[in-house]
Ligand binder design. Structure first.
Ligand SMILES: [Zn+2]
Length: 379
């Protein structure tokens, strides 16, 4: 089969085609008024450029924004879950502006669409289901500039990826899937080190499809999450030792974490569809933080869409554990035994053991992964 034919077997990008907003640096860019982006906006910009946010070609206008907040859909009716907006202090003068990161590096131009005011409380309530500023997503929203600037972007310079060896745009993951002859591919989102429980559910999912994309989020997260470099090393040793190389790709997902729970689960699924995944793993409390969302909210929200609207198929998972009686990994769905028979360690207990240089039980964590974490705690 030719590569083109193999690519055509993959799921279509959201909206039908993969957006590409990369182009040459325009000669007059230095003379344009410059808008400085926050790190989250830079990450959104890069995802707009690569097509990871297809069908979006730029930062959202008011009609898209309002309908996403109220109805989980873009103005044209296509499913969408979170605002992708650029906050500014004041309306720009011209009809085109340059976009820069916080160091002043020019990255893109934006053709000015609308400048509109927005209600932070409303956006917080809709997206995060709370207006409490202890929520990291709400805190960031409340600190934002007061107006949104919409418009199509053209990116001519990209911020170097944090992990160049793991950087793959949607066109590249799609090509890699096609090259391996995969049609059905399951995406796994994570921002934590992978222990046996995650290994188990990725493998259960992989049993039913052709390939697995381990797609850790390496964009901005809360400061108390495990550092991305440590997590990436955990994935590397785990995959090297416990997964067949021809069935798994590890690549970085460049999004910034929003902690929007259910809505972010939808948004993450749509992004992975753009990367070529036909299936997407959704665990309990996906993209949650604290106790702002119910345990199953990130799974239940998928019921608000007809299956064809998302196209990518969610695969829902329970917490899993090693059961001594079953003699295998299991979950409440598959094991009838009591908690006393399960190997369970709280997050606090695991951190305490690793901090003391102790390996957790092999039923909980692969020793290669635990060693990486112990080393990270030591430094
Ligand atoms: Zn059991």
């Amino acid at each position: 089969m030719t590569t083109v034919a193999a690519q055509q077997r993959l799921i279509k990008p959201h909206g039908g085609h993969l957006v590409d907003r990369l182009d040459e640096r325009p000669s007059n860019v230095e003379s344009l008024e410059t808008v400085t982006l926050t790190s989250r906006e830079v990450s959104d910009l890069d995802m707009l450029a690569s097509g990871a946010l297809s069908p979006l070609e730029g930062f959202m206008g008011r009609d898209d924004y309002d309908r996403v907040l109220d109805e989980l859909r873009l103005e044209n009716g296509l499913a969408w879950a979170l605002p992708v907006c650029l906050a500014v202090e004041a309306a720009p003068q011209g009809d085109r502006v340059a976009l820069a990161d916080e160091s002043g590096r020019l990255l893109a131009t934006l053709d000015v669409g609308e400048v509109y005011s927005y209600d932070k409380e409303r956006e917080a309530e809709r997206c995060f289901r709370t207006t409490e500023t202890e929520h990291p997503g709400v805190a960031r929203l409340m600190a934002q500039r007061p107006l949104y600037l919409s418009g199509r972007v053209t990116v001519f310079d990209r911020v170097p990826p944090a992990f160049p060896e793991l950087a793959m745009d949607p066109a590249e993951t799609r090509a890699a899937f096609a090259e391996r002859g995969w049609k059905r591919v399951v995406g796994f989102q994570t921002r934590n080190p992978i222990h046996r429980a995650h290994e188990y559910l990725t493998k259960v999912a992989l049993e039913t499809v052709d390939g697995l994309l381990i797609h850790p989020l390496v964009g901005e997260t809360k400061s108390d999450d495990v550092p991305a470099a440590t997590r990436v090393e955990c994935y590397r040793v785990l995959v090297e030792n416990y997964y067949p190389a021809d069935r798994v790709i590890v690549s970085a997902f460049p999004a910034a974490m929003r902690y929007a729970g259910p809505r972010e689960a939808i948004w993450h699924a749509i992004c992975r569809k753009n990367y070529g995944c036909s299936h997407f793993i959704v665990g309990r409390d996906h993209a949650g933080v604290g106790s702002y969302y119910g345990t199953y909210d990130a799974q239940l929200i998928f019921d608000e869409f007809e299956p064809h609207e998302l196209d990518i198929e969610p695969m829902f998972f329970e917490h899993s554990f090693w059961c001594k009686v079953c003699g295998s990994m299991a979950s409440a769905k598959t094991c009838p035994h009591s908690g006393d028979d399960h190997v369970f360690l709280s997050g606090t207990k695991v951190r305490e053991m690793l901090g003391n240089g102790e390996l957790p039980p092999v039923e909980f964590s692969r020793p290669e992964v635990a060693e990486v974490l112990i080393e990270a705690y030591r430094t």
